[in-house]
Design a protein around this ligand. Structure first.
Ligand code: KG4
Ligand code: ZN
Length: 339
């Protein structure tokens, strides 16, 4: 089936066409970072309004790029949650309405299912089953992926997501939003071990995370250190090491507990070079390997939504005529396609 995918759950407006046989035919992402930067974080109402402005022209442009018209499509999939409710409603309302007008089946897709299946956009995807570490600005999760729709959440963050912790600490250091990558750059000139921050939850069993205490520890250390550049770099390094080590150790424990041989890493924090290096080490130590979707499929995009939607639409799943979006939507509620 050939599916038009729409993603508007946060601050990316994205459109894609995915074909069950031919693969990805076109995809576009517009990032609203500039719009939110001066506010130091995503402003939900501004995000929704910008989705309204951009989505329909982007659908036209994406179809034109693929040389397709509405009659070449077999269905429409849109992110229905979790995310910012106003932002989600833009994609859900446009997707649902276009499907009605074009007489196509429609389906609301779980945003995290998109991330978990994103490696399948690649030509040589890792086979099921695999372990997935999802680390973004909104989520930190370890999920055992047995197949499409067959997910077991092993653990997740009880408070801040890893990317959120990076961004908040970057803000304390005076770095512009989103500061994760900028903090990582600052950490390059920092020395390991000068600051040793807590490794949250490592002393406890299970696979949950907690990062909000780390940010408080960073704030206290920063106040004590003052503005000296080397101290700021050392602090950034200490903070990055604490997050990376926590993610790496929990991932290694989850690989051991599940016996999986592939660790798929998705989400923007997966771009962090030190994290990549440590995950490769712990995976190798457990006889496993890491796998990353390419960068544009790691961060929010509509290609992964079209792919996940295609798997379910092709199995006969359909949304009703009403427009449905959910700010919260536990992954555990999903079942295998058609189920
Ligand atoms: O998946 P993503 O693009 O989208 C959202 O969750 O919205 O993830 C973005 C997050 C931000 O928190 C950003 O600061 C973080 O990923 N990030 C990084 C790096 N690059 C992006 N964090 C640490 N190191 C990086 N190199
Ligand atoms: Zn996402």
């Amino acid at each position: 089936m050939r599916v038009l995918g729409l993603e508007t759950s946060c601050d990316e407006t994205a459109v894609a066409v995915y074909d069950g046989a031919a693969g990805l035919m076109a995809h576009r992402v517009y990032t609203q970072t500039d719009l939110h930067e001066i506010w130091g974080g995503v402003v939900p109402e501004l995000a929704s309004r910008d989705h309204v402005r951009r989505l329909v022209p982007m659908i036209r442009a994406t179809l034109a790029e693929a040389g397709l018209s509405s009659s070449d499509l077999g269905g429409i999939a849109y992110t229905a949650g979790p995310g910012l409710i106003g932002a989600l409603l833009v994609g859900a309302a446009v997707g649902r309405s276009l499907a009605y007008a074009w007489q196509l089946p429609a389906l609301g897709v779980h945003h995290l299912e998109g991330h978990l299946l994103a490696p399948r956009l690649e030509a040589d995807p890792p086979p099921f089953p695999y372990l997935a570490l999802l680390v973004s600005g909104g989520h930190t999760m370890l999920v055992d992926v047995a197949g499409v729709g067959r997910y077991r959440v092993l653990g997740e963050s009880l408070d801040d997501a890893a990317g959120e912790a990076f961004d908040k600490t970057a803000k304390l250091l005076g770095l512009p939003y989103p500061g994760g990558a900028k903090l990582a750059r600052l950490a390059e000139s920092g020395r390991a071990g000068v600051y040793r921050f807590p490794r949250p939850m490592l002393d406890r069993p299970g696979f949950d995370f907690s990062f909000s205490g780390l940010k408080t520890a960073a704030l206290l250390a920063l106040k004590a250190a003052g503005p000296e550049p080397q101290a700021r770099a050392d602090l950034a390094r200490g903070f990055e090491d604490a997050i990376v080590e926590t993610l790496a150790i929990k991932s290694s424990r989850a690989l051991a507990a599940t016996g999986r041989k592939v660790l798929v890493v998705a989400g923007g924090v997966g771009a962090n070079a030190r994290l990549r290096a440590r995950l490769a080490e712990v995976a190798a130590a457990g006889g496993a390997r890491t796998a990353y979707p390419r960068a544009e499929f790691c961060t929010d995009n509509a290609a992964m939504i079209a792919l996940a939607g295609e798997a379910r639409l092709a199995a006969g799943e359909r949304a009703g005529l009403e427009v449905v979006a959910r700010a919260r939507w536990p992954l555990a509620e999903l079942a295998a396609p058609g189920g």
